[in-house]
Ligand binder design. Structure first.
Ligand SMILES: NC(=O)c1ccc[n+]([C@@H]2O[C@H](COP(=O)([O-])OP(=O)(O)OC[C@H]3O[C@@H](n4cnc5c(N)ncnc54)[C@H](OP(=O)(O)O)[C@@H]3O)[C@@H](O)[C@H]2O)c1
Length: 383
């Protein structure tokens, strides 16, 4: 029986993780749940999974929760410290890190410091603090298992050869809702259209990141920290059907891909059950369900966010953290109608240009650059 804590249990990844766990009650149990403000859903989850500890974003929500759940069964905590407590609870063997954005960094660090195995969806943690987080995981001896479908694919494809024999990692990208939209029409796209992803149903922030392709840029940085490859060994190809989740090309010309329907429960199941495989309730694939598979290069004029992420990866230090912090502010400004869609990437670009990159070898430095990027993005947007 593997005991699991979930950070971000009320989100898209959190709910799908609980779905996988529900299909295998003989293999998994839930010992910790952490959410933001969706107390109603968290109450349902607590009553079904009976964790030892649960946490919410603020004291008000914690009070509400305490009045509605059996507190002799589940301890209710709140805030950053609450999420960290869920991440490091002694009973957990594995922590699913699925909060959104930089809010996931400290709890993920807490899991790393406690030597937990981490199934990572919160890619922003690795973008902001790749060096610090991976060093901590190495020190404490836990495993870092990817949940992102692309990285799950690469993880599996890398098991077919030696690292020294890899020519390149090829991350696939659906291209999002604006793959075929002329750039001059992006000025007027609505939030609703930007949130309408053609192949994946996800939380709002990652859906907007998928529309700009910033998400793919983050995944390029994530790939560096997960697998230890540099920018010139990582490529991105557009693959609108999201069936080939990513590939590894070896020096002998073999290309190993991992394929499957676009369903996040598949990589979640792989990550939480690793090194075993568990049976999933998926329909068997057929030629019709895969259909035609197409691949093309990314047009960087259409998707300049990807170039910014490669720039940040090549320069390193605090620049990836600045890329992420500025992007979080710009995405929420777009979602609240303060800026237009192209303003997301132009804001991030300006903040990066204003930044004086420092080495990013402590959590404090990384968090300071994140704060600076948010403040700078906010004042650019306000002006
Ligand atoms: N969705 C996908 O298919 C997918 C695929 C690959 C990777 N990822 C990555 O997985 C992560 C989560 O994505 P998602 O789509 O699941 O996001 P989401 O649906 O927006 O869920 C985010 C979760 O984080 C919680 N949360 C947000 N702010 C918080 C705070 N300050 N304190 C505590 N909890 C907080 C939310 O709680 P409340 O809802 O209760 O407020 C929710 O449980 C992201 O890093 C994303 O890039 C997602």
């Amino acid at each position: 029986m593997k005991k699991i804590s979930i950070l971000g249990s009320t989100g898209s990844i959190g709910r799908q993780t609980l779905d996988v766990i529900s299909q295998h009650p003989d293999k998994f149990s839930v010992v910790g749940l952490s959410a933001g403000n969706n107390t109603e859903l968290l109450i349902e989850q607590i009553s079904k999974f009976k964790p030892i500890v649960a946490s919410v974003a603020d004291e008000e929500s914690a009070k509400l929760l305490r009045s509605r759940v059996n507190s002799s069964e589940t301890q209710i905590l709140y805030g950053q410290l609450g999420a960290e407590a869920v991440a490091k609870i002694d009973e957990a063997d594995l922590v699913v890190s699925a909060m959104v954005g930089a809010s996931g960094l400290r709890p993920t660090m807490a899991a790393a410091k406690s030597g937990k195995d981490i199934a990572l969806a919160n890619k922003e943690s690795l973008v902001i603090a790749g060096e610090v987080l991976t060093d901590e995981i190495k020190k404490s001896g836990g495993k870092l298992l990817p949940i992102d479908s692309e990285h799950s694919a690469i993880f599996q494809a890398l098991e077919c050869g030696e690292k020294g024999h890899v020519k390149q990692l090829i991350l696939t990208a659906s291209g999002g809702p604006f793959l075929n939209t002329p750039t001059d029409e992006l000025e007027d796209v609505s939030v609703e259209i930007a949130l309408n992803h053609p192949t994946w149903k996800m939380g709002k922030k990652i859906t907007i990141d998928s529309a700009t392709l910033m998400n793919k840029g983050f995944e390029v940085i994530e790939a560096k920290w997960l697998f230890g490859f540099e920018a010139d060994q990582i490529s991105v190809w557009i693959h609108p059907q999201s069936i080939v989740h990513s590939m590894v090309e070896y020096i002998d010309g073999s290309v190993i891909s991992q394929m499957g329907k676009p369903d996040m429960r598949i990589p979640i199941a792989f990550a939480i059950s690793y090194p075993e495989r568990i049976r999933m309730n998926c329909s068997t694939v057929s030629p019709e369900s895969f259909g035609d598979l197409n691949f093309q290069d990314v047009d960087l004029k259409q998707f300049p966010a990807l170039s910014l992420a490669f720039d940040a990866l090549r320069e390193g230090g605090t620049l990836p953290s600045v890329l992420n912090g500025a992007n979080e502010i710009a995405v929420s400004a777009f979602l609240s109608g303060q800026i237009k869609f192209p303003g997301i990437v132009s804001t991030v670009k300006k903040v990066m240009e204003l930044h004086d990159t420092q080495p990013a070898n402590t959590l404090e430095v990384v968090l300071e650059s994140d704060r600076w990027a948010r403040n700078t993005a906010q004042s650019l947007i306000a002006n």
